[in-house]
Design a binder for this molecule. Structure first.
Ligand code: NAD
Length: 433
């Protein structure tokens, strides 16, 4: 099938490359010429494991192309995906849909013949109706259907998630569009991925409900972790003890510095706004968003305590900057709030991240970046492990102890065991233990 992907970011590029790998003929469009130039030279604009091989392989076979020109990019496409960003709108927290509608207007002007326009971006309930209206208004004679097909991939495991999803959600009432979507995803059926057909508005809401539920699970265990600290219990055992119950499940029960990333913070906020506007407030999600927001900055207090109560003039080594391992994505990373709070308290910050430095430099000021964890730790008064990259999971603690000014580690991901750290003479604190 001929497929066009509008927006070649984390979702558009991965989806486009995977569809091409399944044999479809895909053109990825982006209005950022730098991104498209890099892709045409085989250079990835983002870090995602396995992506470079997938993209270059499919580009070489001619099934995957890149362009900034939407009109040529969508020529003859049976399905056009909108995979542009939907960040929080400044000021009110609603999803900013300006990129989606701009893409819809451009598509409207260029489609010929029956076309399925698929919203893959995460968009609030009713956006599909508005996309349809925008296209109809711009091109009254166009033959098209607008379908919701939210994406559930996780950065860091995006290719595996796209190719073997737990489910594919397709929201449409148009039978012809349903056939096109079935054909498009048919290669994934071989992996027995269930496809859920539903109404468009329902599909739009499924994505927000899923993210809000996961954010709630994380926030729940984070608050239980605080309670564990207050009463002398161990949150990892609590997690295990409740997670082994099939009704609860063990995933997303790892206590930490609060959720970040390009999805949970903005999507919980957007759901709260949609629900308020609809007169059906989601108070649990409102609380989750507020609790999580405070949590990230509060993590700095643990670091200040580990430095003896005053961090002014002291050097903090930050291990890990991205919101999770195996991505270079810094959007809403807890590291940002932690570092800013430490700098506000007078600390000097040094950091190491295996892939995130380039993105971090765009959002953080006055941070010294080092080439490896040990350079980062050298001479530091206290270290804080913010992102659990593999490279931080088995640090040589004797070396850590010898290079730090004072061997103090705050482990916001519970990577190490308190007893082991005590045995090695490292002042150690973690989450909920
Ligand atoms: P991104 O910022 O990485 O990519 C968006 C791309 O769209 C950018 O490269 C931008 O230049 C391009 N763009 C914007 N307007 C355009 C236009 N009119 N024409 C062509 N290109 C245009 O964003 P992302 O992380 O890929 O997220 C995209 C959407 O998918 C969002 O709605 C997000 O919520 C959702 N989503 C993201 C993830 C994730 O893990 N990143 C997972 C599931 C869903």
């Amino acid at each position: 099938m001929r497929v066009a992907m509008i927006g070649s970011g984390y979702v558009g590029l991965v989806s486009g490359a995977c569809f091409a790998d399944f044999g479809h003929d895909v053109t990825c469009v982006d209005l950022d010429p730098g991104k498209i130039d890099r892709l045409n030279q085989g250079i990835m604009p983002i870090y995602e494991p396995g992506l470079a091989e997938l993209v270059t392989g499919n580009a070489a076979s001619g099934r995957l192309k890149f362009t900034t020109d939407l009109k040529t990019g969508i020529a003859g496409a049976e399905a056009i995906f909108i995979a542009v960003g939907t960040p929080s709108r400044r000021g009110d927290g609603h999803a900013d849909l300006s990129y989606v509608y701009a893409a819809a207007r451009e598509i409207a002007a260029a489609i010929t013949g029956y076309t399925v326009i698929v919203t893959k971006s995460t968009v609030p309930v009713g956006t599909g109706d508005e996309v349809e209206r925008v296209i109809r208004e711009a091109n009254p004679d166009a033959q098209f259907a607008v379908v919701s097909n939210p994406e559930f991939l996780r950065e860091g495991a995006a290719i595996q998630d796209f190719k073997r999803p737990d489910r594919i959600v397709v929201g449409t009432e148009d039978m012809r569009a349903r056939d096109v979507m079935t054909e498009l995803y048919r290669p994934l059926f071989l992996n027995h991925s269930p496809i859920l057909f539903t109404a468009r508005r329902t599909a739009e809401l499924i994505k927000y409900a899923a993210n809000a539920f996961l954010a709630t699970k994380i926030t729940f265990i984070n608050e239980i972790a605080d309670l564990c600290e207050a009463v002398g219990a161990d949150v990892q055992d609590v997690s295990r003890g409740i997670g082994l119950d099939n009704r609860i499940g063990s995933k997303f029960l790892h206590a930490g510095p609060g959720y970040g990333g390009s999805c949970f913070p903005k999507d919980t906020l957007a759901l709260v706004k949609t629900a308020q506007d609809a007169g059906a407030p989601v108070r649990i999600v409102e609380t989750v968003a507020a609790v999580n927001d405070q949590r990230k900055r509060a993590m700095a207090k643990k670091v200040i305590a580990a430095a003896g109560g005053d961090i002014r003039g002291k050097t903090v080594a930050v291990l890990g900057l991205t919101f999770k391992p195996n991505t270079d994505d810094m959007r809403d990373s807890p590291a940002i709030a932690v570092i800013q709070a430490l700098q506000d308290a007078g600390a000097t910050v040094r950091a190491f991240d295996p892939e995130g430095t380039e993105q971090a430099q765009l959002v953080l000021n006055n941070v010294d970046y080092t080439a490896n964890p040990y350079d980062c730790l050298t001479g530091a008064d206290v270290a804080v492990l913010v992102t659990e990259w593999d490279v931080f999971r088995a640090l040589d603690m004797d070396r850590v102890k010898s290079v730090m000014k004072t061997p103090a580690l705050v482990d916001l991901r519970n990577v190490y065991r308190p007893e082991e750290m005590a045995r090695r003479g490292i002042t150690y604190s973690s989450i909920g233990r």
